[in-house]
Design a protein around this ligand. Structure first.
Ligand SMILES: [Zn+2]
Length: 199
């Protein structure tokens, strides 16, 4: 039998549903909530609601945006003929932090995973070929993760895009096998971009 009050139990039940939050973390968050001012907590819940209400996916690249087009797609200084394909918006953020990539992105919003029943049609691949043709893309960099799903996705994209006659490259050296792009530090990611190889 729990020694917590009813409303604390209810909050913990919800917190445990969040990714990476177990019961102990939920207890710590509840402790924090009880310790700070009601204003702090109202600001927090308002920030959560604002994200849910205002953030959507960019019409061109599927990156996160609060307008029809994301900041990167709107930026006329970006090289529009070099396209980097990533799995998630957090990968865009990791690559942008390196400051070394001046092109544009295409975010798949997932990766192929036969085990979880996720196939190519579940990803944002539609429109990719059209985009490559219409925007006169010269090079496509495949920057999916180096785990099984990421490699499977890279292989699928290679088969799909190779016949388009576009220069295809895969980022490489420095990122350990089986790892996720977003956790690589900036120097490693910069090196992976610099040492990308043609496929
Ligand atoms: Zn965009």
């Amino acid at each position: 039998m729990s020694t917590y009050t009813e409303s604390i139990e209810k909050l913990m039940e919800r917190l445990i549903k969040l990714p990476g939050i177990g019961r102990r973390s939920a207890e710590r968050i509840v402790g924090y909530i009880l310790n700070v001012s009601i204003q702090e907590i109202k600001s927090l819940s308002e920030a959560i609601c604002n994200v849910k209400e205002n953030v959507r996916f960019c019409r061109i690249c599927n990156n996160l945006s609060e307008q029809e087009l994301c900041r990167i797609c709107q930026d006329s200084r970006r090289k529009k003929d070099i396209l980097c394909i990533v799995e998630k918006p957090s990968d865009v953020s990791a690559i942008e932090k390196t400051g070394n990539f001046g092109g544009v992105y295409h975010v798949l919003l997932g990766s192929i995973s036969p085990l979880e029943g996720i196939g190519p049609t579940d990803l944002k691949i539609n429109g990719l070929i059209n985009r490559i043709k219409q925007e006169n893309i010269k090079e496509v960099i495949i920057a999916t993760d180096f785990d099984t799903e990421g490699e499977t996705t890279a292989l699928y994209l290679t088969g799909l895009l190779k016949p388009q006659g576009v220069k295809l490259t895969r980022i490489g050296v420095g990122i350990p096998m089986g790892s996720n792009l977003e956790y690589a530090d900036s120097p490693t990611l910069s090196m992976a971009f610099a040492s990308r190889r043609e496929i």
